[in-house]
Design a protein around this ligand. Structure first.
Ligand code: ADP
Ligand code: ZN
Ligand code: ZN
Length: 733
């Protein structure tokens, strides 16, 4: 009997699916797209069930409008993974599925290769170029852009050339449009350019053999210093996967996806390599997605969201720089691509390889407890050399925009020698501590053994652990000085100061905001390599994947902010940043130097970093986490809320707290902290509060959240504020 009712997940923020009648001329499939009426709109949804009964009266159900697919959109394991994500991250299924679709499919376009509109120059256009365009500068520019080859329509739009300009030129006969259909590629018999292969060293060989000799799912951590040949290991793992006719997925951090990285894979292998990142246009994205699904592509390299690419036959997942914070999505479905990659490997029964020079403490813990296999690469493969490092004690020194006189002097020395200087600022400086500039004393909550967070706006200091607060103090309780400073400087202030101090040198800032546009990061990196800029200001993201041979001095300005942050991960991030920059600056003939400015040169973390290594630091930090009952020894969920009225937001979270505590599953293994103001307590006029749930096991946390969320949704205040659930947050803001 044909099912009469389709359960459809729609891209709307509601935790439920909708029932539709299946007309007898339509044949929906589970996991396929359908077009349905919803209110006055028509929406594209995914069929998640085909049944015969509904909780609603049949006569009230509307019929499906049309079926868009005859096959499920995703292979079965990926479809299951998305359902798992929706549950684990407490995010509606319809929204989760929609997020994983290329936007053309979301809009109901067929799941087929879309043709690309390419613009070409005509003979008439070439003649016109020779005779000139008079005052039609824009038209001249466009025709000249095509002089050396065609460009896609999208590429033109991205260069701010409007459709109407193109149309005008087309009408004049100077340019023409052609539609090209992407070809289906055949994998060649010679998959690898083996003459490019170096002989593996012993540690590399062990890593490759360990992983290749294993069948089915397994998770491997490759803990290898920068330049130890992790990428070479990845290439050696991909080879046998391709030999078996299977495909490989390589995830890289946002900034790691550059032509150099991609070329390494393209040069080595003769199979098509698809690149997936946020700057692809809709057509490019759909085509890359289909290329993986239909096994055109042998390798897909991409950032976080590439994790949801469908594959005909996936054989391995590699997550490079697995510690990188950009793997965690900070809005909508707040997934962690590394963690979900492990789950995907499990569902697809294939190996997952995590690589880093500075593994996340969570990952190291998983390796130590035997959940992941641990593989170490301790030797540098090339002739790269680690930078030297020094601590600058800045107690009592005057700081200009965050720069101490000794650092400024060193900068001048390196700049005068024709080298580049890189300065790191911690942008997590929203939660600065209040510190005495004379003696380094820091305002501390006596009840929590934690530092107070300084709130500039309200002139208060607050403890983010117990919520206690008082108005800002003006005198040091250690030495009596009134020179109290908040630790943390903004990039703007720093940029201004650099202009004053070094007017003859050019400064460039590289962060997520300044590199959002397609190609802007590549351009910036090229400009840096060509020496167009002498001073680089970076955030964490500049520390990975790039070697800057002419950067011989790296300054970490804001070390104390990380040592005394209310975010328990701040010190881990500082350690990672330090190790990463020390491994990437300079080169054998021009060794790099790293300077850390701090009021606390004696701090145990700094000492262990400077005199021991990352592994030693990690051991100490994990012991601290265990004592403090913090992740990875417990599991955290952050419930955030914001709204126009401060009291309403707080009241809502207080009700959420009561809901959680009243849940029958809530026991001595659970703890709720807050509500407390978010470290950034007000943003864009909205008051922000948060509530932290800490549970000793993952399953208990999952069950507690799953059974509490429907109750929370029914709270009357839930409609008066914007709120979200962040399961296992990376960022406590
Ligand atoms: P990582 O990914 O750990 O930073 P890479 O794989 O990029 O390291 O290796 C660093 C450099 O050393 C690269 O230029 C690479 O080609 C080279 N290399 C890697 N493995 C070997 C090897 N076994 N023999 C010689 N050179 C190697
Ligand atoms: Zn406290
Ligand atoms: Zn003091």
């Amino acid at each position: 009997m044909q099912p009469t009712i389709a359960q459809v997940a729609l891209p709307i923020p509601l935790d439920k699916c909708f029932d539709y009648l299946v007309p007898n001329y339509l044949f929906p499939v589970i996991g396929g797209r359908v077009s349905v009426p919803f209110g006055r709109q028509t929406l594209t949804g995914i069929v998640v069930g085909l049944v015969h009964t509904s909780d609603f009266p049949i006569e009230q159900l509307k019929p499906l409008k049309s079926c868009l697919d005859t096959q499920p959109v995703w292979p079965q394991p990926l479809y299951q993974l998305l359902q798992w994500c929706s549950q684990f991250y407490q995010f509606p299924l319809g929204d989760t599925l929609a997020m994983a679709l290329p936007s053309l499919l979301k809009k109901g376009k067929p799941a087929d290769f879309a043709s690309l509109k390419q613009w070409h120059i005509t003979e008439a256009g070439k003649n016109q170029l020779a005779s000139g365009f008079g005052r039609a500068h824009l038209q001249a520019k466009v025709v000249r852009m095509l002089e050396n080859g065609s460009l896609s329509h999208q590429a033109m739009i991205e260069e701010d050339i409007s459709s109407s300009t193109l149309k005008t030129l087309q009408e004049k006969g100077w340019i023409e449009a052609k539609h090209t259909q992407p070809k289906k590629a055949q994998w060649p018999t010679e998959l690898e350019n083996s003459h490019l292969k170096p002989q593996l060293n012993e540690e590399q060989a062990i890593a490759v053999a360990t992983i290749n000799n294993h069948q089915g799912f397994g998770c491997y951590l490759i803990d290898g210093v920068t330049g130890s040949g992790k990428t070479e290991v990845y290439l050696n793992l991909i080879k046998p996967v391709l030999d078996k006719g299977k495909q490989a997925l390589v995830l890289v951090p946002e900034i790691g996806l550059t032509p150099q990285t991609i070329n390494r894979f393209k040069r080595r292998f003769n199979v098509p390599v698809e690149v997936m990142h946020s700057a692809l246009n809709d057509t490019e994205r759909l085509n890359a997605w289909l290329s993986a699904r239909d096994k055109n592509a042998g390798i897909v390299i991409g950032t976080r969201s590439a994790l949801f690419t469908p594959f005909a036959d996936l054989g391995i997942i590699i997550v490079d720089e697995e510690h990188d914070a950009s793997y965690k999505q900070q809005d909508t479905l707040r997934y962690h691509a590394r963690d979900v990659a492990v789950m995907r490997g499990h569902k697809e029964n294939i190996p997952v390889v995590l690589g880093s020079a500075t593994p996340a403490l969570e990952t190291l813990h998983n390796a130590q407890t035997g959940k992941y296999h641990y593989l170490n690469l301790s030797k540098r493969a090339g002739n790269a050399q680690a930078a030297t490092h020094h601590v600058l004690d800045i107690k009592g020194l005057y700081l200009e925009g965050g720069l101490s006189a000794p650092l400024i002097a060193q900068m001048r020395r390196h700049l005068t020698a024709g080298n580049q200087v890189m300065l790191f600022l911690n942008r997590r400086g929203f939660s600065p501590a209040l510190m005495c500039h004379e003696c380094g004393w820091i305002a501390e909550c006596k009840r929590c053994d934690a530092y107070y967070t300084f709130h500039q706006g309200s002139q208060e200091i607050r403890c983010h652990h117990c919520g206690s607060q008082k108005s800002v103090i003006h005198q040091c309780q250690g030495c009596g000085s009134t020179q109290l400073v908040s630790v943390g400087v903004g990039t703007e202030q720093l940029e201004k100061q650099l202009e004053l101090l070094f007017p003859e040198y050019k400064t460039i800032r590289i962060d997520r905001d300044s590199t959002r546009r397609k190609g802007s990061l590549e351009n910036a990196l090229d400009a840096i390599r060509n020496g167009e800029y002498q001073i680089l200001i970076g955030t964490q993201m500049l520390a990975k994947g790039h070697h800057f041979p002419n950067v011989t001095l790296v300054g970490l300005l804001d070390v104390d902010g990380s040592l005394y942050s209310s975010d328990f991960r701040a010190s881990e991030r500082l350690a990672q940043l330090f190790i990463q920059v020390a491994g990437r600056a300079g080169r054998a003939s021009k060794p790099g130097e790293v300077l850390l400015q701090t009021h606390h040169p004696e701090h145990a973390l700094l000492q262990s970093l400077l005199h021991k290594d990352y592994q030693h630091f990690a051991k100490t930090a994990l012991t601290e986490r265990k004592m403090a009952q913090l992740p990875p020894f417990t599991f955290i969920t952050l419930i955030r809320a914001e709204g126009n009225d401060n009291d309403t937001v707080e009241a809502f979270l207080r009700q959420v707290r009561h809901t959680l505590e009243a849940n029958p599953l809530y026991d001595e293994h659970c703890l709720v902290l807050g509500p407390m103001p978010a470290p950034l307590a007000k943003r864009a006029g909205k008051f922000r509060w948060q509530l932290m749930l800490q549970v000793s096991t993952r399953p208990l946390m999952q069950r507690l959240l799953a059974s509490s969320k429907p109750v929370i949704q029914l709270l009357p205040l839930a409609k008066k504020v914007r709120w979200s659930v962040d399961v296992e947050p990376q960022d406590l803001r």
